[in-house]
Design a protein around this ligand. Structure first.
Ligand code: PLP
Length: 288
């Protein structure tokens, strides 16, 4: 933060930062697995594009950011980590309400690797509820700029807990399935994959599923998916940097197909983790 490396307990931002007061911020999260960043370039591309679109300015070039992220992980000593880079609007020294006068702030941190699904859920599949909550539409907030507009997703989570499920999917403004708190969703039907196209964050794990499908010759497209189609799918899985590819075996209390983790999901999960050893998709952390 502000050019210094600190223990997490000392990393604090001003209460006047627009990132806190107005969610005026963008961020990205990349993971480190066995000492290697996974697809760091794609995360940096998305982060820098978001900063640019929000008309913020970073105090560092791309190469410096990559080095700072690596230093955070190296200083933490973690071999598997969840690494966040954030740019907030910051605040104005004169208390101006004009965002152009704010001094933007860059923050990065590394914490232990975290997953949406725990070990048991990865083995038996997640139980998901579809919330009636509508995801903030792309006309309001561009979802390709990764953001902290999460009140819809958090409401979805509480709806899911009340329905006895473990996590949530929310809808888009047309009533189709959008995404969940920190993940995209895929359906598998007759060996073909589909993921929502409209109003969702273009996830790097989602992109990775497309890349893996191209490698193994599975058709995959982005298009609308209604709740009924989701529930009638052969297989359903979610994707996130926080956990990778994670199976879903119950939706709104009913099993997906036979309620077992499906073969396509399993194949993609295995391939996803194997790809972490691929030099083309990995960047080593510079540990001392
Ligand atoms: N959708 C939302 C709203 C997210 O916050 C995230 C990740 O945090 C994702 C999808 C998944 O994106 P990625 O695969 O890049 O982690």
């Amino acid at each position: 933060m502000d050019g210094q490396y600190l223990p997490m307990s000392e990393a604090k931002i001003s209460v006047l930062d627009w990132g806190l007061l107005h969610s005026d911020a963008t961020y990205d999260t990349v993971h480190v697995w066995k000492g290697m960043f996974f697809r760091l370039d794609l995360h940096l591309d998305r982060f820098l594009a978001g900063v640019d679109r929000l008309r913020m300015k970073l105090p560092y070039e791309r190469e410096n950011i990559a080095l700072i992220l690596s230093n955070c992980v190296a200083l933490s000593g973690l071999k598997s980590a969840y690494v966040e880079m954030i740019c907030t609007r910051g605040s104005s020294p004169t208390f101006s309400r004009d965002p152009r006068q704010a001094e933007n702030r860059f923050i990065a941190f590394a914490v232990p690797f975290g997953s949406v699904a725990n070990k048991e859920q990865l083995e038996r599949g997640l139980h998901v509820a579809i919330s009636e909550t509508v995801r903030i539409p792309p006309q309001s907030v561009d979802p390709s700029i990764k953001n902290y507009h999460w009140l819809d997703l958090v409401k979805g989570l509480f709806d899911a807990y009340e329905a006895g499920a473990e996590t949530a999917l929310v809808l888009d403004a047309n009533g189709n399935v959008a995404e969940g708190p920190g993940f995209n969703v895929f359906v598998v039907n007759g060996g073909s994959l589909k993921t929502p196209e409209f109003g969702v964050l273009p996830g790097i794990t989602r992109r990775t599923v497309f890349d893996l499908c191209a490698e193994i010759g599975l058709p995959a497209t982005a298009a609308d998916i209604g709740p009924a189609e989701l529930k009638a799918a052969d297989e359903v899985f979610i994707t996130s940097t926080a956990g990778g590819i994670m199976p879903v075996t119950r939706i709104d209390g009913s099993p997906v197909a036979q309620g077992q983790v499906g073969p396509v999901t399993r194949q993609l999960m295995d391939l996803y983790w194997l790809k972490h050893d691929d030099a083309g998709w990995s960047t080593a952390v510079a540990y001392p």
